[in-house]
Design a protein around this ligand. Structure first.
Ligand SMILES: Nc1ncnc2c1ncn2[C@@H]1O[C@H](COP(=O)(O)OP(=O)(O)OP(=O)(O)O)[C@@H](O)[C@H]1O
Ligand SMILES: O=P(O)(O)OC[C@H]1O[C@H](OP(=O)(O)OP(=O)(O)O)[C@H](O)[C@@H]1O
Ligand SMILES: [Mg+2]
Length: 391
């Protein structure tokens, strides 16, 4: 059994982790203040009714602040789903393209809590937040699991110095003789669900947890903790605080996701339809983001001959082979195709190589343009969602 104590709290704040199996971890907090006798308090975040709250509008929750907020709005704008917010302190907004949808700006963790309570139908937040605050709730469904922003990982980190100098893996950390029931490994984290679950699943036996709202990287140097579990993206904060990640210590790789309430998808009219449209646009946009359209002119005797030359080059095969159109000119009163215009999509990373290959086979006048959308015949994630819903 592990204990969680707030590192900086006026109120004494104690908790015990009660778990019979790793999948069922519940954290029970008792709040006791000064001379008052401890009394159990029930605090809920949102609706407590078991049935779906009665309303006609469909609600999408977006981060109201923090590092996810502007990237979320930028992504929606790039999908032609701009959010019209009159001023930043107004917490409700609209997406004119999606009538009957209300956008509600909330703290990321509250987006997840309100999806669970049925007060929101859809949300965009980090996977770390969904996992931490969703706590395995089966009503939460990942509609799009890779929105390609907000990348980070939840990781265990330990000091580079002292008794940890030669410890480089979770296994080595677990085997250190220092950790006993009397002197457990002290871990500071804001992730009070995922961190204990991970430690338990990985067989770390003598561990206690403390929690704080930020600047966790200071805890080891302050002597408050031996290790921390926190989000890492560039790794700068860890480095600057003389901490290191260890092999096997990544708890979760995270990025922004589109998440929905299963109940809403199945029971609330219009949610499935809006989810489909959002998913189509997101997938088509994200697919397009990695590609350029390249057009070029190519001399040749026929479209087939030009196609053969293009397909002989590995970087030029395009999504479904090249599009080749004859460019007609009039010579001595006769209309004939002297050269061909070709259109291909190439991965952004392979652009220069593709241009070189085009030139090598006689391409000229190469134009490169960004792509807005690539719509496939079917959205793969939509199929998966329907099958998970049993539809
Ligand atoms: N380096 C990072 N550190 C923290 N979060 C990151 C990082 N990189 C990406 N993220 C993503 O951003 C989200 C956190 O954003 P932010 O810190 O602004 O909000 P918050 O932690 O919920 O709010 P607050 O810190 O005010 O409680 C994370 O849940 C994660 O998905
Ligand atoms: O690997 P890095 O790029 O250095 O990013 C990681 C840091 O960023 C976050 O802190 P945040 O900026 O949200 O401040 P906080 O302490 O208030 O959470 C996170 O909690 C880490 O401390
Ligand atoms: Mg933060």
């Amino acid at each position: 059994m592990a204990a969680i104590q707030s590192l900086s709290s006026q109120c004494f704040y104690s908790s015990s982790l009660l778990h019979s199996s790793p999948a069922k971890i519940s954290v029970k907090f008792t709040i006791s203040c000064c001379s008052f006798a401890p009394s159990p308090v029930t605090v809920v975040n949102g609706n407590v009714e078991k049935r779906l709250p009665d309303r006609n509008e469909i609600r999408l929750g977006l981060p109201s602040k923090g590092r996810m907020a502007s990237d979320t709005l930028d992504l929606l704008r790039d999908c032609q789903l701009s959010v019209k917010q009159v001023n930043p302190r107004q917490y409700v907004a609209q997406i004119p393209q999606l009538p009957n949808l209300e956008v509600w700006f909330q703290r990321p963790k509250d987006v997840v809590r309100k999806l669970v309570s049925g007060d929101l139908d859809l949300g965009i937040v980090g996977l770390d937040t969904v996992t931490e605050y969703g706590q395995g709730n089966e009503d939460l469904m990942l509609v799009h699991d890779a929105l390609e922003f907000g990348d980070c990982r939840l990781s265990l980190a330990i000091p580079k110095y002292g008794i940890f100098e030669n410890i480089n893996s979770l296994k080595e950390l677990a085997q250190m003789p220092q950790w006993t029931p009397e002197r457990p490994l002290r871990v500071a984290t804001g992730f009070t669900y995922m961190a204990p679950k991970f430690m338990m699943e990985n067989g770390l036996q003598h561990v206690t947890f403390s929690t704080a709202d930020g600047a966790l990287e200071a805890a080891p140097a302050m002597g408050i903790a031996d290790a921390i579990v926190d989000l890492v993206s560039s790794g700068t904060t860890l480095r600057e605080n003389n901490l290191k990640e260890i092999e096997g210590g990544i708890i979760l790789e995270s990025q922004a996701v589109l998440v929905a309430s299963r109940k809403s998808l199945v029971q609330r009219e219009g949610v499935l339809h809006i989810t489909h449209e959002m998913l189509e646009r997101l997938e088509a946009h994200l697919r397009a983001m990695g590609q350029f359209t390249v057009t070029a002119n190519m001399r040749g005797s026929s479209a087939e001959e030009v196609a053969e030359r293009i397909l002989s080059q590995t970087s030029l095969s395009g999504l479904q082979g090249p599009t080749i159109s004859p460019v007609f000119c009039k010579h001595d009163g006769r209309v004939q195709a002297d050269y061909y215009a070709i259109v291909i999509c190439v991965p952004k990373k392979a652009l220069y190589k593709s241009v070189q290959q085009l030139r090598a086979i006689g391409g000229s006048g190469v134009l490169v343009s960004p792509l807005t959308y690539i719509f496939e015949e079917e959205t793969p994630r939509w199929r998966q969602l329907l099958s998970k819903l049993g539809l």
